[in-house]
Design a binder for this molecule. Structure first.
Ligand SMILES: [Zn+2]
Ligand SMILES: [Zn+2]
Length: 201
């Protein structure tokens, strides 16, 4: 496992600002990995299912999960269910086992009542919240024992079958840009990309 401090620095650089949700996701990822006995995925070995939705508080959680687990939107081994919750289910594809880790409601509720969250909800971007306001929350999430922060479920059987990755690409006959073949459309007898086709999808 990467040194925690190193990982945290990487998380901060990747995420762009200091907030409690990124480290909350980072440690959720580490806690799930520890429970499953797996390490960070260089390829697609792990799959992360987040329960977040869009446009709500603490979605920064997802960036911490990506940094810790190596499940990234680029690799395609992370997804969101849109429940508007902070549960993380981490699946080890090789063993077909998974675990769900969820931040304790009382920890989230305590953060919610903080000055940081008051400022955030009044529209102040996280990067503009004074460091002394963020620091206690950040410290709390990064230093508390994992048992104080998360409920960790039992390991479950969770076989996972990846959809095969396609390597078939071609140039659109209209705009000339590269497009994955299965995403092309036929328009007036020509094979074109979706934007050139005028279709919604
Ligand atoms: Zn954030
Ligand atoms: Zn095109």
């Amino acid at each position: 496992m990467q040194d925690f401090k190193e990982l945290l620095d990487m998380g901060l650089k990747f995420h762009g600002h200091k907030c409690p949700a990124m480290p909350m996701g980072l440690r959720a990822g580490l806690t799930a990995m520890e429970k499953l006995g797996v390490s960070k995925a260089p390829d697609g070995q792990l799959m992360a299912i987040l329960e977040l939705d869009e446009n709500h508080c603490a979605t920064c959680f997802a960036d911490g999960v990506q940094v810790a687990t190596g499940c990234t939107y680029g690799k395609g081994n992370i997804t969101r269910t849109g429940y508007g919750k902070w549960g993380l289910t981490l699946i080890d594809k090789k063993s077909g086992r998974s675990v769900r880790v969820v931040p304790k409601a009382e920890v989230m509720a305590k953060n919610k009542g903080s000055k940081f969250m008051q400022m955030r909800s009044s529209g102040i971007p996280a990067s503009q919240v004074p460091p002394e306001v963020v620091a206690p929350l950040f410290e709390g999430v990064t230093t508390a024992p994992a048992e104080a922060l998360y409920n960790v479920g039992e390991i479950k059987s969770n076989p996972w079958k990846d959809a095969p990755h396609t390597f078939e690409t071609m140039a659109c006959s209209q705009c000339g840009e590269m497009v994955v073949e299965r995403n092309t459309r036929v328009k007036a007898g020509k094979i074109v990309c979706i934007p050139c086709s005028g279709y919604d999808k």
